[in-house]
Design a protein around this ligand. Structure first.
Ligand SMILES: [Zn+2]
Length: 314
């Protein structure tokens, strides 16, 4: 319960400037147009004992409160809503409460967390779960950002920056996942290039064939018998790695590289490379053959994995 403190003397109110008032009016107008969202209901926590807290409404309509809580998170089941609430609470690092005062501070933070989840406007349990995880990634990146400022050494600072970037990337991936969930996995194709197939006259991208203004003209294609064009092929060639061999002009070759290689068919892409093992002219002790390099990597990976398992255990 928050009691507003009355100011002792009534001073004249400070009004917003004309510019500020216009901005406030704009905000009011726009939020009036936006569809209303069900917000997390007012919630209080009662301290029952160490680490035991009862969460509930500040009134007696418990069923209504539970319904509103679920609706604000986009789930029907009160059980799922309470799990999500507990997850949000865990993310905010508020697992332990030790007194009545702390319970209020705890609830305030938890309500802010629920506001965040609710503002993403989840509509299914899956979306709500994702929204809670987004809260986690966001909180983690903010925590790491604070770490960057507090770091005492350059190494620490670099570590925090790396961790911050990781959690931000996680957040971005979650945004993508949410978008996919909402659009049912359908992706919109953006047309950037126009391809004309000389034989079937197929056009991808909306320009009529033969009108001449597209990036690829029909005559250009039919004059290149060594580079036959069909639409999936030209798409694949566009996406292929480019050959980096230096041409006589000094520029990279840029022809599509052979699959899995870094050079095109004219510049060694078809070559199997120098002989392996003892047949290689540079073979000395065998410490750097593909086989020994691979064996060392396998052992290292195994040791890393074992150490991590031990770390997780203890
Ligand atoms: Zn090349």
């Amino acid at each position: 319960m928050s009691k507003r403190q009355k100011a002792p003397a009534k001073a004249a109110p400070i009004l917003p400037t004309e510019k500020e008032a216009a901005n406030i009016q704009l905000a009011l107008d726009q939020s009036a147009d936006r569809p209303k969202r069900i917000r997390p209901p007012a919630t209080t926590a009662r301290y029952l004992g160490p680490n035991r807290v009862e969460v509930g409404p500040p009134h007696d309509d418990r069923a209504g409160w539970a319904k509103a809580l679920g609706a604000s998170l986009g789930v029907d089941s009160p059980g799922v809503a309470s799990i999500l609430m507990a997850s949000a609470s865990a993310i905010m690092g508020e697992l332990a409460i030790n007194s009545q005062e702390d319970a209020d501070a705890h609830m305030a933070r938890e309500m802010r967390a629920l506001e965040f989840v609710s503002a993403i406007r989840p509509e299914t349990t899956l979306e709500a779960t994702l929204a809670v995880q987004m809260l986690g990634a966001h909180e983690a990146s903010m925590l790491m950002m604070r770490g960057v400022h507090k770091a005492k050494t350059v190494q620490q600072q670099a570590d925090y920056v790396r961790l911050m970037n990781q959690s931000m990337r996680t957040f971005t991936a979650q945004v993508d996942a949410l978008t996919k969930l909402r659009t049912g996995g359908k992706q919109q194709m953006e047309v950037r290039y126009v391809y004309v197939d000389a034989r079937s006259q197929t056009v991808i991208g909306g320009y009529p064939a033969g009108e001449g203004e597209g990036p690829v003209r029909q005559s250009e294609i039919s004059n290149k018998p060594m580079h036959p064009v069909s639409e999936p092929l030209v798409m694949r060639l566009r996406a292929a790695c480019r050959c980096g061999a230096r041409t006589r002009a000094g520029t990279p070759c840029q022809a599509p590289a052979i699959r899995g290689k870094r050079r095109c068919r004219m510049h060694g892409g078809r070559s199997t490379g120098a002989p392996k093992g003892e047949a290689n002219g540079n073979y000395q002790t065998g410490a750097w053959t593909q086989e020994t390099i691979q064996a060392r990597a396998t052992v290292r990976a195994f040791v890393r994995m074992a150490r991590k398992q031990l770390d997780d255990l203890w």
